[in-house]
Design a protein. Structure first.
Length: 352
C-alpha cells in the first residue's frame, strides 16, 4: 500500500503544482497587461514587471485552493482514463484508501499555502506596494496609491510606508469634536527614533482667530499610537496580511473604536483556507468517482474550473454581504466550505 500511496500522491501532487504554475502565470500576465495603463515617467514598464513579480507569492497563495481541486481532477482523471482506478478497485483497494492517498498531497499544498501566506506573501506585497506608491507619488502630494488612517479626531494619509517603517508623504487633518477642521499639515518624511516619530520638512496650517496660519518647520515631533509594526499592516490590503498582523490590527482598531469587520473577514478567510483546500479536493475526488467517471478530460477540466469559479464567487459575495448585513464574518467563509465538503461526501457516499 505504501507504493500505491506514493504513486497516487505523486501523480496528484504534480498535477496540483502544474495547475498552480499555469494559473499564476496567467494571473501575472493579465495583471501586467492591466498595469500598463498606469505607466508614466516615474513608473515605467520595468517597474510594472517588478511589481507583478513581487506579487507572485500572493497570487500563489490565493490560487492554491482552486489549483488543488483542478489538479486533483486532472491527476485522478488521467488515472481513470487509463483504467488504473478500476484496476485498483478490482484489486480490493477501497475508495476510502484512495481518498486518503489524495488527501496527503492536498495537506502538502496546505502547508505550502500557510508558509506563503504567513511569511513570504505579506513581505513581498508590502515591498511591491511601497515601491509603486513611492514611484507614483513623485509628481505630487497625493499619489492616490497611499492609505488613509484614523486615530480619534485625526485623519492621516500616507503616500508610502517602507518595510523599515519610514513614511513618505504624511498628510494630517485634525478636527474638533464637532468635526470642524482645526489644522492640517504635510510632511515629506517621517522616521521612528527611540520611541517616537520625527516629521521632516513639515508645513502646517492652523486655525487661529478665524484664519488659517501657515507654519514651516524642518523637523517636528509627532505623538501617535501608531507603531512601525502597525504601519506595516496599514499599507498592505487586509487579504495580504499574516494572521498575526491581522489579529494585532483588529485589536488596535477596536481600541480606537473603529470598525474592524473587514479585517475580521480577512482573518477568517486566511485561517480557514486549509479547510477550503481540503473541501474542494474532496469535491474533485467525488467528481472522478461519480458524475465525471467516464467523460473526457476536457469536460473534467471544464467542470473543475467552473466549480472553482463558483466557490470563489460565493466567498467573494458572502464576504461583503457579511459587512453590509452584519452577520459574523466566519459564516461567510464557512458556508462555501461546509457546502463543498457536504457535496463531496454525498457524491462519494452514492458511489458506495
Amino acid at each position: 500500500m505504501g507504493k500505491l500511496d506514493r504513486y497516487i500522491g505523486l501523480n496528484v501532487l504534480l498535477s496540483m503544482l502544474g495547475v498552480l504554475l499555469v494559473l499564476v502565470l496567467l494571473e501575472s500576465l493579465f495583471s501586467f497587461l492591466a498595469q500598463l495603463d498606469d505607466v508614466r515617467a516615474n513608473y515605467q514598464v520595468l517597474d510594472v514587471a517588478l511589481y507583478i513579480m513581487m506579487l507572485i507569492p500572493t497570487n500563489m497563495y490565493n490560487l492554491i485552493p482552486v489549483s488543488s481541486m483542478i489538479g486533483c481532477i486532472i491527476g485522478l482523471g488521467s488515472m481513470a482514463s487509463f483504467s488504473e482506478l478500476t484496476a485498483m478497485r478490482a484489486a480490493g483497494v477501497s475508495i476510502r484508501r484512495i481518498v486518503w492517498s489524495v488527501i496527503k498531497p492536498a495537506l502538502l499544498m496546505v502547508i505550502i499555502g500557510v508558509f506563503l501566506g504567513e511569511y513570504i506573501a505579506p513581505a513581498t506585497e508590502q515591498i511591491a506596494e511601497t515601491q509603486r506608491s513611492i514611484a507614483r507619488s513623485a509628481e505630487g502630494t497625493y499619489s492616490g496609491e497611499g492609505v488613509w488612517h484614523r486615530q480619534g479626531n485625526e485623519f492621516m494619509y500616507f503616500n508610502a510606508v517602507e518595510p523599515n517603517g519610514v513614511l513618505y508623504g504624511i498628510s494630517r487633518f485634525d478636527f474638533d469634536d464637532s468635526m470642524r477642521l482645526q489644522a492640517s499639515s504635510y510632511a515629506k518624511r517621517a522616521i521612528f527614533q527611540g520611541n517616537h516619530w520625527i516629521l521632516e520638512d513639515v508645513t502646517t496650517s492652523r486655525l487661529a482667530d478665524g484664519e488659517f496660519v501657515r507654519e514651516m518647520r524642518h523637523i517636528e515631533p509627532w505623538k501617535t499610537d501608531l507603531t512601525t509594526e502597525l504601519l506595516k499592516t496599514v499599507v498592505v490590503s487586509p487579504d495580504g496580511l499574516p494572521l498575526t498582523g491581522l489579529s494585532t490590527y483588529i485589536d488596535y482598531l477596536e481600541q480606537q473604536g473603529l470598525v474592524a469587520e473587514q479585517y475580521k473577514l480577512a482573518f477568517w478567510t486566511k485561517a480557514l483556507q486549509p479547510l477550503s483546500v481540503l473541501s474542494l479536493v474532496l469535491v474533485g475526488i467525488s467528481f472522478i468517482f461519480g458524475p465525471l467517471r467516464s467523460v473526457s478530460m476536457g469536460l473534467r477540466l471544464f467542470s473543475g474550473v467552473i466549480t472553482g469559479v463558483v466557490f470563489m464567487l460565493t466567498q467573494s459575495l458572502l464576504g461583503p454581504s457579511s459587512l453590509v448585513f452584519g452577520f459574523p464574518a466566519i459564516l461567510s467563509v464557512l458556508i462555501p466550505v461546509v457546502f463543498s465538503a457536504g457535496l463531496g461526501l454525498w457524491l462519494l457516499k452514492r458511489v458506495h
